[in-house]
Design a protein around this ligand. Structure first.
Ligand SMILES: C[S@@+](CC[C@H](N)C(=O)[O-])C[C@H]1O[C@@H](n2cnc3c(N)ncnc32)[C@H](O)[C@@H]1O
Length: 186
């Protein structure tokens, strides 16, 4: 069961993450960076992936200790990257942006592994938070960030029904074509 503080966070995995989860190699390690309430940590742990969950506030995932690797770390305070030398079969980042992390994030994707990223984009400030441009992706930014390092499998950018302006990418460290999931995935 999620902890009492989990109510502050969305509970359901992002449909974008769910849709592409089958591309994550079976048994591959998963990094849920800035996991919040752990909705993606829980999702991938339930699919039998070893999961590492990182956040500066891990109070909402205390119930997962022992089942997943929980790392409490502030990623923006100038301290060292908490996962030096480690690579993951999937790196998941949702609803978070701290631009200086991009090179490290991309480097953290293992051979054959995926980066699944989804967060808000410029224009979202008209609808809701976040409104700070430091927390909003510029048009096409996720494509530019992975260029030359990862193969783009899927990308979307635009206004959701919520409404919110979002940008989403799935990119793989491989030059091979991948089998795309069914577009009708619920
Ligand atoms: C909007 S929540 C998103 C949580 C989760 N990824 C999700 O989509 O459900 C943003 C998360 O980023 C974490 N966070 C913000 N700044 C951070 C920092 N400097 N270092 C580590 N985590 C941070 C917050 O604690 C929060 O859990």
């Amino acid at each position: 069961m999620p902890s009492a503080t989990a109510h502050r966070h969305p509970q359901h995995p992002s449909p974008w993450v769910r849709r592409f989860a089958d591309l994550v190699p079976k048994q591959a390690t998963v990094l849920d960076l800035t996991c919040g309430g752990g909705r993606h940590t829980r999702f991938f742990a339930a699919r039998s992936h070893p999961v590492t969950a990182v956040d500066r506030d891990v109070s909402a995932i205390e119930d997962l200790r022992g089942r997943v690797e929980v790392i409490e770390a502030d990623l923006e305070d100038g301290s060292a990257w908490p996962l030096p030398g480690r690579r993951f079969g999937a790196v998941i980042v949702t609803n978070y942006l701290y631009r200086p992390l991009f090179p490290t994030l991309i480097d953290t994707v293992a051979a054959g592994g995926l980066l699944i990223y989804e967060t808000f984009g410029v224009g979202n400030e008209k609808f809701s938070r976040p409104r700070n441009p430091d927390h909003l992706l510029r048009p096409g930014e996720l494509l530019k960030r992975v260029e030359g390092a990862l193969q783009v499998v899927a990308y979307e950018a635009g206004i959701t029904p919520q409404p919110a302006v979002v940008q989403r990418i799935v990119a793989i460290r491989s030059d091979e074509p991948v089998v795309l999931p069914d577009a009708e995935y619920p």
